[in-house]
Design a protein around this ligand. Structure first.
Ligand code: PHE
Length: 488
């Protein structure tokens, strides 16, 4: 209704100069008119300019007098036209406030004679105050003096009135068109897309929060590491077997059978199936021999190697188990150099604390070629870790049953202001490589690290249980950024 009136009026007239008057003349509620103006303005059918006016509204007392008459008139009417009334009688007839104010105002106006007895001094009175209040209520303007008198008696208070003056806008039309939000097949078939007005895109509108598809920080860092390996020309090894035999996890790596890591305190052994079904028999024989009595220039460990121990199934304790399978497969073909990597889960029977879990992810890289040296390993590690933002490295001699020499890798952490251990590395021993059948001059340099450690550093997480496992707060995963620019 109001919308039609506004658009219709503007069709023939330059402007609506005052929405208040416009509403009053047509009997619309001004609030409704304002809402229509705002909406039409939003779609630029009209231009609207604010108008502010100081107006007056009745106080509670003012409203009462506008309805019931002013106290002075009420008092006057309570006095008999002829004769008089005692002041006490008069008081009983009126409300105490009305009596009090009425006495003083009617006295001031010289309408009544006040004494012990009260009598009229004039025959008729006009209720000027009530009339003025009604005028204010109806939005009429009063003179300065009239306003002053009502204000002094606290019957009115000022209020800012807001309205609009309105003109045609750039999209003016006498009737609002409903903007189309979609271009449909029907629009195209009928050809009415030519006439349709399409709703504009609101690029400032906030989208709905994306509820699905949040990548866990570990997956994001894994992707970054995978990219680094791929850029360096490494191929990914198939790591899709969490269950491994002790043979590939330990024996093939020249790890003696009485080594403490092979104890159930450190390793999860499987109950069902508890043993592996098949192993490459001739290779098993060579592994047994190298453990027991050596060969290839080694003295071996000099103990009685047991097949039952090698058959035991376990949850792999490192991805180096996969590396040993891959190297064995490599040895079966004419030799070609290889660079392999993997990033996947490993399991250790550890007491869980803020830096240890019973399962974590291991990153492993290896290069297999003729004549590699420890210098090559150090060079590759510098290249790899500097791509991770760790360019200051130090190495410390270490021990692994399957590598010699072995080095722990330390990186200087600017934030912590100290050297932190970031990985382990070494050159695989001949006792591991030669029984596989790799050529004698082939060397394998390799290193391993956890995925959790760099992720915790990158994401500022100091308790591994906040990163991985059943206590992880899903909110953390949803809140953290989709990607990190720059790996450090
Ligand atoms: N397997 C080692 C570990 O679990 C890592 C490593 C891989 C060390 C390759 C040397 C060579 O810590």
């Amino acid at each position: 209704m109001a919308e039609e009136a506004i658009l219709g009026y503007l069709e023939k007239n330059e402007q609506i100069s005052d929405s208040g008057n416009f509403a009053a003349e047509r009997g619309f509620d001004h609030n409704d008119v304002v809402n229509v103006i705002k909406s039409l303005h939003g779609f630029r059918y009209i231009d609207a300019q604010d108008i502010k006016r100081e107006t007056w509204v009745l106080t509670g007392e003012g409203k009462k007098y506008a309805a019931e008459g002013s106290p002075e008139v009420q008092l006057f009417l309570a006095v008999p036209a002829e004769g008089s009334i005692s002041k006490d009688e008069l008081q009983k007839k009126l409300d105490p406030a009305v009596f009090k104010i009425g006495c003083s105002q009617a006295g001031k106006n010289k309408w009544v004679e006040m004494g012990k007895q009260v009598s009229r001094k004039v025959q008729n009175v006009e209720d000027k105050v009530k009339d003025l209040l009604l005028q204010v209520q109806n939005g009429h303007a009063l003179s300065k003096e009239e306003i002053g008198s009502l204000k002094a008696r606290k019957l009115i208070v000022p209020q800012t009135w807001k309205g609009y003056s309105v003109r045609k806008g750039p999209n003016y039309a006498p009737k609002r068109k409903k903007a189309a939000t979609d271009l449909t097949r029907e629009n195209l078939q009928k050809g009415d897309w030519k006439e349709l007005e399409f709703k504009e895109y609101n690029f400032n509108a906030k989208g709905q929060p994306a509820e699905g598809g949040h990548l866990h920080p570990l997956l994001k860092v894994r992707k970054q590491l995978k990219d680094i390996f791929l850029q360096m020309g490494f191929e990914e090894m198939p790591t899709n077997n969490f269950v491994e035999s002790s043979f590939w996890n330990f024996d093939a790596l020249f790890q003696p059978q009485q080594h403490p890591a092979r104890d159930s305190h450190d390793t999860f052994f499987l109950e069902e199936p508890s043993t592996t079904r098949e192993l490459p028999e001739d290779y098993v024989e060579r592994v047994k021999r190298v453990h027991e009595s050596g060969g290839y220039g080694s003295r071996g460990y000099g103990y009685e190697w047991k097949r039952e121990e090698a058959n035991k199934n376990l949850l792999r304790t490192h991805t180096t188990a996969v590396s040993s399978r891959m190297l064995k497969a490599l040895a079966e073909k004419p030799f070609a150099p290889k660079k392999y990597f993997s990033i996947d889960r490993v399991f250790r029977n550890e007491a869980v604390d803020r830096t240890h879990l019973a399962e974590f992810h291991q990153i492993e890289g290896l290069i297999c070629d003729r004549g590699l040296t420890l210098g090559d390993l150090i060079g590759v590690l510098h290249d790899f870790f500097s791509r991770l933002g760790m360019s200051k490295l130090r190495f410390k001699p270490a021990y692994n049953p399957y590598t010699e020499p072995s080095m722990e890798i330390f990186s200087y952490h600017e934030g912590f202001g100290k050297w932190v251990e970031v990985g382990n590395s070494g050159m695989f021993r001949p006792e591991m490589l030669l029984p596989m059948g790799l050529p004698e001059d082939v060397r394998v340099i390799a290193w391993g690290l956890s995925l959790e450690r760099p992720t915790m550093i990158l994401y500022g997480i100091d308790n591994i249980r906040d990163l991985f496992g059943h206590k992880v707060d899903l909110g953390l995963i949803k809140r953290n950024p989709i990607c990190r620019l720059g790996i450090s």
